[in-house]
Design a protein around this ligand. Structure first.
Ligand code: MOS
Length: 733
């Protein structure tokens, strides 16, 4: 039954991608296609006093310039702009809604022209006069004005008292700057005008049905009149969970001109979408001399916009992961004149666990205990918040396997004690944790007599391998070769799915497929039983399986070919659709875990840091595809290296504007920065989390990586840099 599940299956969409036949949102064409370009605000806060498009309109080929003054009708109420995953508190951004400017880079006009170059040139000719207002974009300057919006996780014991009384204490602040997703594919929408107001929207998004609902709500359109598709996505990482403003503007223009329109943002404009919020993390850990924790205090102060309260769980991981009788948390938001932050791979955990895991390393130094040994002494068999057991938790095995693969036992504890020529060598480690989420999802299967199956679901594949795992699960559940399965996804007309995020897609869609495949099997058994002298006459549904194109009794081996059953039943196709829900009771905690070990080499004179080795051992239940899952974790480790050493969105607080809004000056790791990365999947059977034992990977891969590297840098140099990224100037200070 599991010929494909659990194997290293190559991407079924790989051929389409490498040959260029896979089409992305900005590549679809249409007759009479018009091109749009965005004019963005140059101030951070104020009002548009005057906007003059006359010069732009005089350029030959310019069709229209839309502004808040002349745009067609859009919904007025902020409520109409809410989407499935936006913050509950606040008013979503309404593009071109009025003359108010809330952040630098805000779209304030849209030029539509016969050619992209014309639109882009004419956009430079739109003259804008502003009435500027005072603004604030610096988290450090505004931290005292931060407010508590979300109630944090419930405290336990008396953490302040326990911390004050602890034998050994560590207290420090850590900082993560604003970071941007920087997917390779630019945000783009091609809106096809089908006449009669009907639209087909090719959009870059992680949630086609989320975008469809949003557009229907903003433009008061009927669901049947808007079809949203996103079959391929060149990277999302969370930036495409919410509808981005370009889809609203492209639809606005298509409706204004009654014509097909394409809008592709520039790389610079991508920096005025969401981002990982800059966060100040304060950790206070109190322990007994034997390395058992008494108190964990974690307070986070994060950036949000003036118009929406975006917050994620940064702090509660700290009290969940390790055994400690006393714990308390505080989460504050500083409202700045920037766009609303957004989810970015492992939101909350990537930042909060970075701070926790650096603090644990510092505590280990203070205790004179090996950092791995400290984690083992604080190891928690139960979720510390709820005291519930885990559905499964093979974190101990992650530590063991990763430490062995890394050679941790050869580490000399003293900082600056290990060398390689002129380079200082540092070894550091950290723990990672994420949630094993799963969401209600529907799937449709159409099985035809020739043994071909089409499986369909509205989920997106943002590059993670969803096409491939859908094909694997379908092939196994129906007993067909992988090549006989066709996958359709990311089309709003397909069976319902939530946005592709939270690492919940694999578990969610796999169980929807399994449930639907069981319906198909039921129909096949019904047909098979009706055959003369049926070998399955007495078979019960639960005793049957689909194997090698046959429906088989697991009891006595009796079998009927699918084709025969269908032919005898006079049907040439079986189509079934079903929705799967999960029984998410509170009886167990559901998490994924990881252990990361990193080696850095630091040039003693120059301070140049190289991450020469990383081992990341992940326990995430059953791994559906060891190849694509491996790529997910490897990519996350690369990103963790970027988070540790390179990535930082720099805002000029005199202008409230991003200074490095391009991928030349926003540094990300390149090939030369990446050396040896080893990914280990620890066996983690789990029949509680869900029937197939799937927890999902992706986000878990980044959690803890930056901390392991920061800890290794400390071990190499004896210098503790707590604010990311760890650049060489900070080492020299
Ligand atoms: Mo992910 S940050 O939920 O796309």
């Amino acid at each position: 039954m599991t010929q494909y599940i659990g194997t290293a299956t190559s991407r079924v969409d790989g051929y389409a991608k490498v040959t260029g036949t896979a089409k992305y949102a900005g590549e679809f064409s249409a007759d009479n296609l018009a091109y749009a370009a965005v004019v963005a605000s140059t101030i951070a806060k104020g009002r548009i006093a005057r906007i003059d498009a006359s010069e732009a309109l005089r350029v030959a080929g310019v069709l229209d310039v839309l502004t808040h003054e002349n745009r067609p009708r859009m919904a007025a109420a902020a409520q109409a702009y809410k989407d499935d995953v936006g913050p509950e508190q606040g008013s979503p951004f309404r593009p071109l809604f009025d003359g108010k400017v809330m952040f630098s880079g805000q779209p304030i006009a849209l030029v539509v022209a016969e050619e992209w170059e014309i639109a882009r040139f004419a956009a430079t000719l739109v003259r804008v006069e502003y009435k500027k207002e005072a603004f604030a974009t610096d988290l450090h300057a505004q931290r005292n004005k931060a407010v508590v919006v979300d109630k944090p996780e419930k405290a336990r014991g008396n953490a302040d008292k326990a911390f004050a009384a602890a034998q050994v204490r560590h207290e420090a602040e850590y900082f993560i700057p604003i970071e941007h997703h920087n997917p390779m594919e630019l945000y783009a929408s091609t809106v096809i005008w089908n006449g009669g107001g009907k639209l087909t929207v090719h959009d870059k998004t992680q949630g086609v049905q989320n975008v469809q609902r949003y557009l229907c709500s903003v433009f008061k359109m009927k669901p049947d009149d808007v079809r949203v598709m996103s079959p391929y996505m060149g990277g999302g990482f969370g930036s495409g969970l919410r509808p981005q403003y370009q889809v609203a503007l492209a639809v606005l223009a298509a409706r204004a001109l009654q014509r097909s329109v394409r809008l592709v943002l520039t790389r610079q404009q991508m920096y005025a979408l969401g981002y990982r919020p800059a966060t100040i993390e304060r950790l206070a850990l109190g322990a007994a001399a034997d390395g058992t924790l008494d108190a964990v205090i974690h307070e986070a102060t994060a950036v949000t916009s003036q118009y929406e309260d975006f917050s994620r769980n940064d702090t509660a991981w700290s009290g969940q992961l390790y055994k400690s009788p006393h714990a308390k948390y505080l989460h504050k938001l500083a409202r700045l004149d920037l766009p609303t932050p957004s989810d970015m791979r492992a939101p909350g955990a990537a930042t909060g666990v970075y701070a926790l895991e650096c603090a644990m390393d510092e505590l280990a130094v203070a205790l004179k205990i090996d950092p791995l040994e400290l984690r083992l002494r604080c190891y928690s068999e139960r979720d510390q918040h709820t005291n519930a057991p885990y559905s499964s938790k093979q974190l101990r095995e992650c530590y063991r396997q990763a430490a062995a693969a890394f050679g941790w036992d050869k580490r000399k504890p003293e900082p600056r004690s290990m060398r390689d020529g002129s380079e200082l060598v540092g070894w550091g480690m950290a723990t990672g944790v994420w949630e094993a989420l799963q969401m209600e999802t529907a799937a449709r299967i159409v099985l035809t007599e020739n043994g071909h199956a089409e499986v369909a679901c509205a989920f997106s594949d943002i590059g993670t391998g969803t096409y491939t795992i859908m094909a694997q699960v379908t092939a196994d559940m129906l007993g067909l070769p992988l090549d006989n399965v066709t996958v359709k996804l990311a089309d709003s007309t397909l069976p319902q799915a939530p946005v592709e995020g939270g690492s919940w897609t694999a578990a969610s869609v796999s169980h929807a497929i399994a449930k639907t495949a069981a319906e198909v099997r039921k129909e096949l058994l019904r047909l098979a039983k009706k055959m003369p002298n049926s070998p399955l006459a007495a078979a019960k549904l639960e005793d049957t399986a689909l194997v090698d194109g046959k429906i088989v009794s697991k009891k006595d081996g009796g079998a009927v070919l699918l084709a025969d059953a269908m032919r005898h039943g006079h049907i040439d196709r079986i189509a079934r659709e079903s929705t799967n829900t999960f029984d998410d009771s509170d009886s167990h905690a559901r998490n994924t875990h990881s252990a990361i070990f990193a080696e850095v080499k630091v040039d003693e004179e120059l301070g140049v840091i190289r991450v020469t080795r990383v081992v990341n051992a992940v326990a995430a239940g059953r791994i559906l595809n060891t190849k694509t899952a491996h790529s997910q974790i490897m990519g996350s480790v690369v990103w963790g290296i970027g988070m540790a050493l390179h990535e930082e969105t720099l805002v000029d607080h005199n202008f409230g504007r991003v200074m490095n809004a391009n991928i030349a000056e926003y540094h990300v790791p390149v090939n030369a920065d990446i050396h040896d990365i080893q990914v280990i999947f620890v066996d983690e059977p789990d029949d509680i989390v869900n029937p197939l034992g799937i927890k999902g990977v992706g986000e878990i891969g980044i959690v803890g990586v930056a901390a392991a590297i920061a800890n290794a840098v400390y071990h190499a140099t004896g210098k503790r840099v707590r604010d990311l990224p760890i650049t060489l100037d900070k080492l020299q200070r």
